[in-house]
Design a protein around this ligand. Structure first.
Ligand code: ASP
Length: 336
């Protein structure tokens, strides 16, 4: 019970005042819904599970991931199945089916997955497959390699029974044709012409895993690969320490090996929030001329179920599901 109160106090401490007011209101309702099972877990000092994911679409992905975790499922299954929901949704225009195409009109997907045993799998520039995250998992579990790209990734997926599908929806095609009129390439900060779902989770067995999947930057060059399929950049998990994942301009995240950096900073004793903040500051301190046109956000959890996030500029939010409930939180940012 003390741990629950500690967790609750921590939640309040990490929020800004708007979030805090909203949170207190919601938590009065949510606390009545806390299951006896969760309370028993806390009392017995068992791991306190959590699911954390990027952006608003993380809320619905968290719901399904949490269901798996609260039924004693693995964090690995939770993150894979959680992000699949967003991959399959054509309304989400920056991930999977319905994702915005590259400048040649081709929807190319990047994804990776990592479990508590340092097992990793990744696919990059994969076309025609609705669930790149599951192909990444198959790379991890069924091949001697960790990363496949392009044609090779597609043939592997087909050999594993994944179905070939046209991922370019009429909406995305129409928008791309409109873009062709000017061909002006400019990823927009917080506008959903990119945005990745990165999800990290701690399960009831005390294991961490993560998944990350995206269609990348809209109108990118064909063949461009972002941070999301790159272990250490878009995602990193160390079961002794914590897990982190990234969203935003992949080129900047790769430059600092972002998610690995966040995990290493936690290893050195920083909280998830402080670790994310320091990683973002590495990008900021480079003082690149286009810094105002760039967004980068990190989210992280540690082994005890503490969580945190930080981003470069206003507008990045993330979804957190733990025993207190599912909640969208605005990340703190540097550029005012
Ligand atoms: N990180 C992704 C990429 O660079 C896009 C995003 O999350 O906004 O492909």
């Amino acid at each position: 019970m003390f741990y629950f109160l500690y967790l609750y106090a921590k939640e309040i401490q990490t929020m800004n005042s708007n979030n805090r007011r909203d949170f207190i209101k919601k938590s009065v309702m949510l606390s009545t819904a806390l299951s006896l099972h969760s309370l028993k877990n806390i009392a017995n000092n068992n791991p306190v599970p959590i699911v954390l994911s990027t952006w608003k679409f993380g809320l619905k992905a968290n719901e399904i991931a949490w269901r798996i975790i609260s039924n004693k499922g693995s964090a690995l299954d939770a993150v894979e199945i959680g992000v699949k929901l967003v991959e399959a949704d054509p309304q989400e225009r920056s991930v999977g089916y319905g994702g915005r195409p590259d400048r040649d009109g081709r929807v190319t997907l990047d994804a990776c997955i990592m479990d508590s045993e340092l097992n990793i799998g990744s696919v990059a520039c994969l076309e025609h497959i609705m669930h790149p995250i599951s192909v990444a998992r198959a790379v991890m579990e069924k091949t001697p390699h960790v990363m496949l790209c392009g044609e090779g990734a597609l043939s592997f997926a087909l050999s594993q029974g994944f179905e070939k599908k046209n991922l370019l929806t009429p909406e995305s095609e129409k928008e791309w044709k409109e873009w062709l009129k000017t061909s002006n390439y400019k990823p927009q900060v917080n506008i959903e012409n990119h945005d990745t779902i990165g999800m990290i989770a701690l399960d009831q067995h005390g294991n961490l895993s993560g998944a990350c999947t995206t269609s990348g930057l809209a109108n990118k060059m064909h063949g461009r690969i972002g941070d999301s399929p790159i272990i250490g950049a878009g995602l990193y998990v160390d079961n002794n320490v914590g897990a982190a994942t990234a969203t935003g301009h992949g080129e900047e995240v790769i430059r600092i090996a972002g998610s690995h950096l966040v995990v290493e900073l936690m290893r050195q004793g920083r909280s998830p929030h402080e670790a994310c903040k320091e990683a973002v500051s590495r990008i900021l301190n480079k003082k690149r001329s286009n810094i105002r046109d760039i967004q980068v956000g990190f989210i992280a959890i540690n082994k005890t179920g503490e969580y945190g996030a930080f981003c470069l500029q206003k507008g990045f939010n993330y979804a957190k599901y733990n025993i207190i409930g599912n909640q969208l939180i605005d990340a703190e940012f540097y550029l005012k």
